[in-house]
Write a protein that binds this ligand. Structure first.
Ligand code: COA
Ligand code: MG
Length: 289
């Protein structure tokens, strides 16, 4: 999943536009982009959208961001949407593996009530939104078979630690937020799931977005979240492997397939061993090949 576009679930206009955006996934938001009074309406609209859209042949993956576990709103959010079988539930303000297990149980109950296969609905936690969460990053490993990927957030974390800003003038993250990003990347790899980069809020600044996407892909992220349809094409482009990268990966996989006993091989004058094979396999898997 390269691009995941946030869509406030109480906006019919944006839901419609989201479908045309080309995003690999839409995140129907019931949390921060929806005012308290609009939550019931947003739940209904998210459920209706899931029902109508799921069956479309080229529908993107549909993920619902529910409200955090300590808000008292999560149960009603799940009651409204689980029966419509979203691909995943995004859990904001997640504080470690136990929170994933906690919401996993709530999802499991509703899957059972609605004749949905156990474990069908995955979980995508946002794992760096509080200072406390930073100390729980290692606990996602082995926490749940529902864990789909992990992502991080810099806005709520800034509020939690009292930071005046999370970016330097030229757009790079300040050290505390670069640390959050980087630790989250290790946490996702340790848990064996994809790392998804956080949003870039200045949606008119496509050059900084592109720079951030290139850096994210370089460091191992599989994709990036978006807040505006204009960001989707840039994200998709950067996170799509180029044809020559695909050809190269296929060459490596083929070389090991024809030499299953080999630990190391030479291809085009370069040494290729197991880490290269794993990398090539991952690139092909992410390209859907
Ligand atoms: N999903 C789908 N469509 C969107 C969209 C989104 N996230 N953001 C904007 N659009 C649509 C607008 O409705 C508009 O369509 P229209 O002109 O046909 O009505 C078009 O894209 C262009 O939008 P634009 O005028 O450039 O921006 P805006 O001022 O309408 O919206 C935001 C700006 C930031 C309010 C909007 O992008 C948004 O709501 N983003 C998501 C916020 C969110 O979910 N935050 C939580 C996660 S951090
Ligand atoms: Mg938030």
């Amino acid at each position: 999943m390269r691009s995941l576009l946030f869509v406030p679930a109480d906006s019919a206009r944006k839901l419609e536009k989201g479908l045309q955006s080309g995003a690999d996934a839409l995140i129907l938001d019931l949390e921060d982009s929806v005012a308290a009074d609009a939550k019931p309406k947003a739940r209904e609209m998210a459920a209706a959208f899931l029902r109508e859209t799921r069956a479309l042949p080229s529908a993107p993956r549909l993920i619902v961001r529910v409200n955090a576990l300590d808000t008292g709103l999560t149960e009603a959010d799940l009651d409204a949407v689980v029966r419509e079988k979203p691909h995943a539930i995004m859990l904001p303000k997640a504080c470690g593996g136990p929170d994933v297990q906690h919401i996993g149980i709530k999802i499991a109950v509703r899957e059972a009530e609605n004749d949905i296969e156990d474990g069908a609905i995955r979980i995508l936690p946002i794992v760096t939104e509080t200072a406390r969460a930073m100390f729980e990053l290692a606990s996602y490993r082995g926490a749940s078979h529902r864990l789909m990927a992990m992502t991080w957030g810099a806005e709520d974390l800034a509020t939690d630690i009292g930071a005046e800003t999370n970016r330097l003038d030229h757009g790079d993250y300040t050290p505390p937020f670069a640390l959050a990003r980087n630790l989250m990347l290790f946490a996702a790899a340790s848990a064996g799931v994809d790392a998804i980069d956080t949003i870039f809020a200045n949606f008119r600044d496509s050059s900084t977005l592109q720079r951030e996407c290139i850096a994210a892909r370089r460091d191992g992220f599989a994709g990036k979240m978006a807040i505006h349809p204009d960001q989707v094409a840039i994200i998709n482009e950067v996170f799509s492997p180029a044809p020559e990268e695909i050809a190269n990966a296929q060459k490596i996989v083929a070389a090991f397939a024809t030499n299953p006993q080999a630990g190391v091989l030479a291809i085009d004058g370069a040494m290729i061993d197991r880490p290269h094979l794993v990398k090539a396999q991952r690139l092909l898997a992410r390209a859907g090949l």
